[in-house]
Design a protein around this ligand. Sequence first.
Ligand code: RP5
Length: 159
Amino acid sequence: MPEVLVIMGSKSDLPVAEKAADIFKKFSISYDFKVASAHRTPKKVEDLVKDSDAKIFIAIAGLSAALPGVIASFTTKPVIGVPVSGKVNMDAILSIVQMPPGIPVASVGLDRGDNAAVLAAEILSIDDKALQDKLAAYRAEMAAKIDRDSEEVSNAVQA
Ligand code: RP5
């Protein structure tokens, strides 16, 4: 049973989903990928969600991105939406952010499959101390990189 089920509206969304996979591997979180479209295969979306034992859903979609909201309509588990960039970026962002009262969807930034996975990890870590420690180590890694980068640009400008 995957802890997180990632559903993308089209195979064209795969590069964004792969960013999430990198994070899940880093944190040893089990996941699965499915393609199902809110508009083109609505019954498939419903069946996937209702048949899943996953604790969290990540929904990746572009254009009129109904997928996260439709998934949320079938479950009370957390749903994290990832808007996918296109010719008009605000369409997907607003489709995910502007959910009606009572059926919320969390949204990360445009194409931020990685942040969706980090947020999923944070939710899963609530009662998992080992995962909390891994998340803290991940932040420490990022901070160390900023320090290395700072030293590098400072050295470059003084050279
Ligand atoms: C959405 O439409 C998908 O999530 C994708 O981001 C976008 C384009 O889909 P394709 O035309 O690539 O199948 O449903």
